[in-house]
Design a binder for this molecule. Structure first.
Ligand code: ZN
Length: 336
């Protein structure tokens, strides 16, 4: 009859010499077929012996499979531990590799936007490829204004579009789409066909716009003063000089007392004691009317500055070209 006990001890002998998962798989398939063959022989036994023999074979089958499973999980555990040891990494290790720095223009932009966010302004952005009417017409720039000339503006071969020449077009986007009042700032790239040692065809501007009821030039001055003192981290004096922009009336240039010589005169301020930092003005009623806002009910003020100019003053940088050269020795200095 069936020698189940002999098969069982033979299996145990072979199992104890198994060294790997592959060998175990071979053993499993070997004994699966042995047991299947045994089950096939059941039909040749006398009917009265079949139940007992069947039960013995099934016990053997269970024993074989359980033994193999348990050894298999041991092998797997062992191999995982080996893998963990060979791939061990110290997650707490501080690597001594160089860390990049933010570009000074990015730092200055973040500093300004964060300040205005804190005093309740929202941050807007607009597309670089802008509608010509948003960039000029609705901002009250006359059709014959020299800024529109081909030598100043990058026109593209799509009728009615250009590379924006200032961030002031974001004012129009807000005036046309946002509920009033508006308190916004926007910063980004602008483009002009300037290419000489002191100008770059691409540079950055920051723009602010407030539209509400009963705003005054004095309130604008207070906002600008708060911003400039925060930005330069100094108690700078301000000077407003009458100026002209098509989209503001009255308009002014804002000077601060020279942060290098404290007003006594130096080469940076050309011995004047003052530094020109931004432009501003009360929003021209025509701009409001162009955007279907009644200038008898609402008024506004706007201000704008060049980020390169502000960064040069803040970080005492002398040449505007250094912003665009990507010299790693220059950029590394702003690693904060
Ligand atoms: Zn000075």
């Amino acid at each position: 009859m069936l020698n189940i006990d002999a098969l069982r001890s033979e299996f145990l002998g072979k199992l104890s010499s198994v060294k790997s998962l592959e060998e175990l798989k071979k053993l499993k398939s070997e004994y699966t077929s042995v047991i299947n063959n045994l089950l096939k022989t059941l039909k040749d036994l006398p009917p009265e012996d079949r139940p007992r023999a069947g039960s013995q074979i099934n016990q053997l089958k269970t024993f074989v499979l359980e033994s193999i499973d348990s050894l298999e999980s041991e092998f797997k555990k062992e191999s995982l531990e080996k893998q963990l040891q060979s791939n061990w990494q110290d997650m707490t290790l501080v690597l001594d590799s160089p860390i990049g720095a933010l570009h000074p223009i990015t730092l200055v932009k973040r500093k300004i936007l964060n300040y205005f966010r804190q005093i309740g302004f929202s941050v807007w952005s607009g597309p670089l490829l802008e509608r010509e009417d948003y960039n000029f017409d609705l901002l009250n720039v006359p059709k014959d204004h020299p800024a529109r000339d081909m030598q100043d503006t990058f026109y593209v071969n799509i009728q009615g579009y250009l590379l924006r020449t200032h961030t002031s077009c974001v004012q129009i986007r807000a005036l046309l789409s946002s509920p009033l009042p508006i308190y916004l700032v926007s910063a980004g790239r602008v483009f002009r066909r300037d290419d000489d040692p002191t100008h770059s065809p691409m540079f950055h501007q920051i723009e602010g716009l407030v539209v509400d009821k009963n705003l005054s030039f004095g309130q604008m001055r207070a906002v600008i003063e708060g911003f400039l003192k925060h930005f330069f981290e100094e108690d700078v004096n301000l000077r407003f000089r009458a100026s002209y922009f098509p989209f503001t009336e009255p308009s002014a240039e804002v000077d601060i007392s020279c942060i290098f010589c404290r007003g006594s005169g130096c080469s940076v301020c050309k011995n004047s004691g003052w530094l020109e930092v931004m432009g501003c003005g009360m929003v021209h009623p025509a701009v409001l009317r162009n955007c279907s806002i009644d200038p008898e009910v609402y008024n506004g003020f706007a201000f704008g500055a060049g980020l390169e100019r502000l960064a040069m003053l803040l970080y005492r940088i002398e040449n505007i070209k250094t912003f665009f050269e990507n010299d790693i020795r220059f950029l590394k200095q702003f690693n904060v």
